[in-house]
Design a protein around this ligand. Structure first.
Ligand code: MG
Length: 388
């Protein structure tokens, strides 16, 4: 670790919550729903010395849910944080989860509360790394250097409507790995898989995501049917809450490696899925559960147990950048997911923008996340802001 224990103590003086919505053109299609606009919820924490940190709360679904999460964050996080001294983000993470445990049951929204805790955890780590003058990837790891190791990325969110066209654009931009949405009927999926391979070539890393579309039997069939396309993984082929023995059966009875994790929450769930042979690829979403604190631990566990860590992200630029730092800190093979669809909130909420070098991103030594939201350029997308 590139920090002394004392450098983790903090006191938040101010919490700001921002909601943005930008048009999605074209809409983003998954097997369970279509997004016609792109939301983002950002948190900014500031300490008494005026050092700030940014975090992002996962808020893609339900489609109307971003504003609700922002209200939850402003109302419930503020009294927990403001005026309290914590000795580390980890102790704050544990205390927040404990403080919200009964509320989560009472309101039937464990997910919402996990998400606001995840978002603020990222903001706290950013603030502490900035205060220490260290890039976040180095602050949370024992890695050295002024530039991170290359972080491979893949172009994600390729819709079932002419995906090869967007893939061609992304190939020209420097992407070398791709992931297609499937679960739209076997014939349409097969047509898209062929069209994709024609554009990206036979050797490019190529993955598919079914977004929980199938039963176990359908998933078994799909795994066999898709084998010939040389896929890196099959993601969430069935419901994420299917029993672990079903996942293990699916893994052993069809040829594709399985991926999942964006719909897992909690230390116990990740412990069980990293210990099982079911998933080869773990994909925690640091704005959905865990933030840096939880997902760094998951990443290290995944590495110890021979899994790939491939952070899930399909939101705005702060969460994406935090995912780069998480992957850089954990290391090992695997990719960070980068949404291929146009989204001004991905590009403008994290400036300067990242650049690709041979399909990978490099992080420099700029403190914290190393990016700032461009609040002027995104002002037309700002829905609300709640400050202390
Ligand atoms: Mg997915």
């Amino acid at each position: 670790m590139h920090h002394a224990a004392s450098s983790l103590a903090f006191e938040v003086q101010r919490l700001d919550v921002f909601v943005f919505r930008a048009p999605a053109d074209p809409p983003v299609q998954t097997s369970f729903g279509t997004m016609r606009d792109r939301p983002a919820v950002l948190l900014r924490v500031t300490d008494a010395a005026g050092v700030s940190g940014w975090g992002e709360i996962w808020c893609n679904f339900p489609i109307v849910g971003a504003e609700h999460r922002a209200r939850m964050a402003a109302y419930y996080l503020r009294p927990q944080l403001e005026g309290q001294r914590w000795d580390s983000p980890q102790s704050c993470f544990r205390a927040l989860n404990e403080a919200f445990a009964v509320l989560a049951i009472q309101c039937g929204e464990p997910g919402t509360l996990h998400q606001i805790v995840a978002g603020v955890d990222v903001a706290l780590w950013d603030m502490l790394a900035r205060r220490a003058g260290q890039p976040l990837w180095r602050f949370i790891s024992d890695r050295e250097g002024t530039v991170s190791a290359p972080i491979p990325v893949y172009a994600s969110g390729l819709n079932p409507t002419a995906p090869e066209q967007l893939a061609a654009t992304k190939l020209a931009e420097g992407y070398r790995a791709f992931k297609l949405k499937v679960g739209f009927g076997a014939a349409r999926d097969e047509t898209n898989l062929r069209a994709m391979r024609e554009v990206i070539g036979p050797d490019a890393p190529f993955m598919v995501d079914a977004n929980q579309a199938w039963t176990l039997e359908q998933a078994l069939q799909a795994g066999h049917a898709m084998e010939r396309h040389g896929l890196g993984w099959l993601e969430e082929p069935m419901r994420a809450d299917a029993p672990l023995p079903d996942w293990e059966r699916l893994a052993s009875a069809q040829p594709l490696a399985l991926a999942g994790g964006e719909n897992l929450a909690g230390t116990d769930a990740f412990d069980a899925f990293t210990a099982s042979p079911a998933l080869s690829v773990l994909q925690p979403d640091l704005g959905k559960w865990g933030g840096i604190t939880g997902c760094l631990a998951v990443g290290r566990l995944a590495m110890e147990r021979g899994k790939l860590l491939c952070p899930h992200w399909l939101g705005g630029g702060i969460g994406l950048t935090a995912s780069f730092h998480l992957k850089a800190a954990v290391g090992g093979p695997g990719y960070v997911e980068v949404d291929a669809n146009p989204n001004p909130l991905r590009d403008l909420l994290a400036t300067p923008p990242f650049t690709l070098h041979d399909g990978a991103v490099l992080l420099d030594a700029a403190p914290g996340l190393g990016v700032e939201p461009d609040l002027l350029a995104t002002r037309d997308f700002l829905v609300s802001v709640a400050g202390t």
